[in-house]
Design a protein around this ligand. Structure first.
Ligand code: F0G
Length: 471
């Protein structure tokens, strides 16, 4: 097999490999376990990787959320925490960083992404409203539904096909959106919920042309656009790589242009901002800001900390500047691609094109003999853990939950198991080990049996549900 590094280089490198723009200063040991240990852990965890103890995990690819390695500069920032209850200097650093890189006027800090989702959903959505979005995200949709909204997926059809190689599978279908506006009326659509690099579609980007056209359509009907900016740096990288006219623009320039087409954004800083905790909400509308700032003190904390310590805000402010560096984001996405290329060379079915933050195994084709009612993605996550101690995450029927009207399982077209790569944490050797484990599980795929759910929590069931293997 040829070295996939050589096939994925950017033009800047000619025939040379990329490498991480950092070196390791501190290490954290990880433990290798036996298959017997892992079987025991898996049974105790009810075959749900969220319920494993992290000490029993070898390579942890559950999520890229809050799992990144901070830089020495960020750690130095932790020592500069101003832990005043009100008006911490670190808040003003954070506000400055968001205004500088995103261009929004007003900032509301929150403890993490879903804190921000709660505030914006509660403020803008009224019962009877419809919320169009480029595919759902678990917590985002739940907050929209809890506020009384009905979620409507308006992503392009290509996004629902794991094998389709469309370069911007995160795009909004303007036809679907306009049909919805005509059906329910613009007054019943509080905003378009737009996500950069759509997580559940496989980390797929939205093009600049699409967001520009979306702005045009929304302006005609007077509908605002709010952006889930959680992985917008990765989205900017794909625009730079794939969209005409952006090759020579920096990630920072692309990010700011993209955001200029939206009215505000919410952020889980635990992803692209390279911190272990934090989030924010930023808007341009002064009246909306007043309401959000009023609500944040009820649910999160004072409007100058929103649930974060001063030191968290300092690390976050520094992280934002590091996250837009072109070398950083290139190495981040190329590492994901390195793993994906190893797998596609073995013809293991994954979502294509390879996304920004994770490899999504296509569990439907991986385990074509296991019906969705027996949770093939959950089964695959369990089998991977059993094989090697690698922890992945179900992103299929369990994550999709139940339809609030009918109470039935929602069976998504994408039945996926996610291998999520934390930023600046694992080496290429770890990726090789992961690929070999996926291959071993793939080779033994015929022997796998599905699971039955034996405990189901009411909200976001994937976090705490328990399963047993089918006989
Ligand atoms: N939006 C997106 C696109 C996300 O991926 C997440 C979290 C959130 C919002 C919520 O943010 O976790 O800080 O409250 N995604 C994590 C994941 C949990 O593993 O994909 P949060």
């Amino acid at each position: 097999m040829s070295n996939p590094k050589f096939r994925t280089m950017g033009k800047q490198f000619g025939r040379r490999s990329w490498a991480e723009p950092w070196k390791i200063k501190m290490v954290e040991p990880i433990k290798m376990t036996s298959r017997d240990d892992r079987l025991k852990s898996l049974q105790e965890a009810g075959y749900n990787t969220f319920l494993l103890h992290s000490e029993d995990v070898y390579i942890d690819l559950l999520t890229d959320s809050g799992t990144s390695a901070m830089s020495d500069r960020q750690w130095a920032g932790m020592m500069l925490g101003d832990e005043a209850y009100a008006g911490s200097r670190n808040f003003y650093h954070l506000e400055e960083a968001v205004q500088k890189y995103y261009g929004y006027r007003y900032l509301v800090p929150t403890h993490q992404g879903r804190g921000a989702e709660h505030l914006i959903s509660r403020t803008l959505i009224k019962p009877g409203h419809y919320v169009p979005a480029n595919m759902y995200f678990t917590t985002t949709r739940l907050h929209q539904e809890l506020a009384g909204g009905t979620f409507v997926d308006v992503i392009i059809d290509e996004a629902h096909d794991p094998a389709n190689e469309h370069p911007f599978k995160g795009n909004v279908s303007l036809e679907k959106l306009e049909a919805l506006i005509k059906r329910v009326g613009a007054d019943n659509i509080p905003y378009v919920s737009l996500a950069g690099t759509v997580n559940m579609a496989g980390g797929q980007p939205v093009s600049m042309a699409n967001v520009r056209a979306l702005r045009g359509l929304c302006d005609r009907y007077g509908i605002p656009i709010y952006l889930d900016a959680t992985r917008m740096m990765e989205n900017a990288f794909f625009i730079q790589e794939r969209e005409e006219g952006y090759q020579d623009k920096s990630i920072a320039t692309i990010l700011k242009e993209f955001c200029s087409f939206t009215d505000g954004a919410w952020m889980s800083a635990k992803k692209d901002h390279l911190v272990n905790i934090g989030g924010w909400l930023a808007v341009n509308d002064g009246d909306l800001f007043d309401e959000l700032r009023n609500l944040v003190v009820v649910y999160e904390g004072l409007h100058t900390y929103g649930g974060m310590a001063g030191r968290d805000m300092e690390a976050l402010a520094i992280g934002i500047g590091e996250a837009v560096e072109d070398d950083h984001i290139r190495a981040r996405v190329e590492q994901v691609r390195y793993l994906g290329t190893l797998l596609t060379d073995w013809e293991i079915p994954i979502v294509k094109p390879i996304g920004g933050h994770a490899i999504f195994l296509d569990a439907k084709s991986f385990y074509s003999h296991i019906p969705q009612s027996q949770f093939p993605s959950q089964t695959l996550a369990a089998e991977l853990y059993l094989d090697s101690g690698i922890r992945s995450m179900e992103r299929g029927t369990v994550s999709a939950g139940r339809d609030p009207e009918t109470g039935d399982h929602r069976y998504p077209s994408l039945e996926l198991t996610r291998l999520t790569i934390p930023r600046r944490v694992y080496t290429q050797a770890h990726m090789d080990v992961v690929a070999e484990s996926v291959k071993a599980v793939y080779d033994a795929r015929g022997e796998a049996r599905g699971l039955k759910m034996v405990y189901e929590p009411r909200y976001l069931r994937f976090f705490q549900a328990r399963f047993e293997p089918l006989a």
